[in-house]
Design a protein around this ligand. Structure first.
Ligand code: GLN
Length: 495
């Protein structure tokens, strides 16, 4: 089944064929019907959303053009619950932030609203965006709309499930090591992690500050591009945000695309990848070569090296970012017993407030930064990060490839609970996605096919990684892959 996407809704609102209120209500109705089974939302802002939509409709009725209102006029959207909103709560799916109301909204949230979008709710996630399954949430796991016994991927689990089930046409996620792309792959949606620094992180609760980037999950490359353009561009409130105008990727989606050359790393066909994923990947390559795409076999640092670098750098930064939740200045405060002092206050508050995976990351990060150990772990990981960057650079600049093509994840959606006791198994989900994160490069996951599983069909995605600031070209290439595969726009839940 297909439902209207962002561009279609926007055009229909602009032409008066539908209204912002009608679209918002239909999104809210679908959430009402489906979210009990999926648990994609942590909060729904019914009244506020309808009021915002009424305001858009009133402006249109008063004669203002949709263009003047903004490129997303009347489009219902959802945002991951690690983005601050001055309305509702900002929870990061953590007990630590239970009941936390942010005094301000993230830049990306403000920009969505300024573009005319209607925020209908905030989506579930792995606590503080740490995880690849959506199971590490204090609100309970999100389920995959293609098969509710399976995970939707993570950490932007709710955003992916909300879009795949048609509850919203687009949602924002955040991506530190794959959290937009891997859930997109597991739910048959398009996920785009932009070049580091092109989207403001102001108001995104920090996990790994040198890696975190906000981006869209949508049902087509076109929709993702439109939303990326709306949220991108300079922001003096984030010092790592580049001094550049908003991206213009949407307008470049029809640029001519000749002589496309894609790099395929040897790992993309490694034995450790599920055979079904390798099969779809091979079919994708054949479909593309029929369209005249050329392939280059390339070498990148091994999966072990990539994962080791990521699982040192990300936890190191996380341990520092999460130090502020001490029960005094920020976060949950534990009840103290007689005789407890400051140490007990910290210890009890953090033990009660943080879930297991977050505690594991803090311990890991603290360990790799310890004096006497930092050289052996953290500094070495930074060196590996440099090497990874220069390897990608060689692929784009020296070999002249347009993008690197890999599977997005080593397998399709897995059963809930099947990897919860084995953190290492879960970390392996990130084998193809952490490279772009460490190198700060733009990367998109596009649906490439479906594999049968019992009486279900499970989506499989492929990932394209491009050169820094080549976001427009990368999305142009992603659109080519999307059209070669022919699976865009599908919604998992009918009715
Ligand atoms: N799965 C990775 C992790 O757990 C990536 C998470 C993310 O991108 N936020 O760290």
């Amino acid at each position: 089944m297909e439902l209207p996407g962002v561009v279609e809704i926007r055009d229909a609102v602009a032409s008066g064929e539908t209204s912002a209120v009608e679209q918002t209500r239909s999104s809210l109705d679908r959430i009402e019907r489906l979210d009990g089974g999926l648990n994609a939302f942590t909060q729904v802002f019914g009244e506020r959303a309808v009021a915002r939509a009424e305001a858009v409709d009133a402006r249109l009725r008063a004669g203002e053009s949709a263009d003047a209102i903004g490129p997303l006029a009347g489009v219902p959207v959802a945002v991951k619950d690690n983005l601050c909103t001055e309305f509702g709560r900002t929870t990061c799916a953590s007990r630590m932030l239970e009941g936390y109301a942010s005094p301000f909204s993230a830049t990306v949230v403000e920009r969505l609203e300024r573009a005319g979008a209607v925020i209908v709710g905030k989506t579930n996630l792995d606590e503080f965006a740490m995880g690849s399954s959506g199971e590490h949430s204090c609100f309970g796991p999100t389920r995959n709309p293609w098969d509710p016994s399976r995970v939707p991927g993570g950490s932007s689990s709710g955003s992916a499930a909300a879009v795949a089930s048609g509850m919203v046409p687009v949602a924002l996620g955040s991506d530190t090591g794959g959290s937009i792309r891997q859930p997109a792959a597991l739910t048959g949606t398009v996920g785009f992690k932009p070049t580091y620094g092109t989207v403001s992180r102001w108001g995104l609760v920090a996990f790994g500050s040198s890696l975190d980037q906000v981006g869209p999950i949508a049902r087509s490359v076109e929709d993702a591009a439109l939303v990326y353009d709306a949220i991108s561009g300079r922001d003096p409130r984030d010092s790592t945000c580049l001094d550049r105008d908003a991206a213009g990727t949407f307008g470049a989606l029809d640029d001519p695309l000749e002589g496309l050359r894609l790099a395929v790393p040897t790992q993309a066909r490694d034995e450790s990848i599920e055979p079904r994923v390798r099969l779809i990947f091979g079919m994708m390559m054949r479909a593309l070569s029929e369209r005249g795409v050329e392939f280059e076999e390339v070498e990148l640092p091994s999966p072990d090296q990539m994962l080791a670098a990521y699982y040192i750098v990300a936890p190191a930064e996380a341990s520092s970012n999460l130090a502020r939740y001490d029960g005094v200045r920020y976060g949950h405060r534990a009840e103290l017993a007689d005789g407890d002092g400051l140490h007990e206050l910290y210890c009890k508050s953090r033990t009660e407030g943080f879930g297991d995976e977050v505690q594991r990351r803090i311990l890991l990060g603290t360990h790799v930064l310890r004096s006497g150990y930092a050289d052996q772990y953290y500094v070495r990981a930074l060196k590996m990060r440099r090497l990874i960057r220069s390897d990608y650079d060689a692929i784009f600049r020296v070999m002249g490839c347009d993008a690197v093509l890999t599977p997005t994840a080593p397998g399709p959606a897995f059963e809930l609970g099947s990897k919860t006791d084995d953190p290492m198994a879960l970390y392996l989900e990130d084998v193809f996605t952490v490279g772009a994160s460490l190198a700060g490069l733009p990367a998109a996951s596009v649906p490439a096919g479906f594999v049968p599983e019992g009486d279900r069909q499970l989506p499989v995605g492929v990932q394209l990684t491009g050169p820094a600031l080549g976001d427009a070209r990368l999305l142009r290439v992603a659109r080519e892959v999307e059209s070669a595969a022919g699976f865009a726009g599908r919604v998992a839940v009918t009715g």
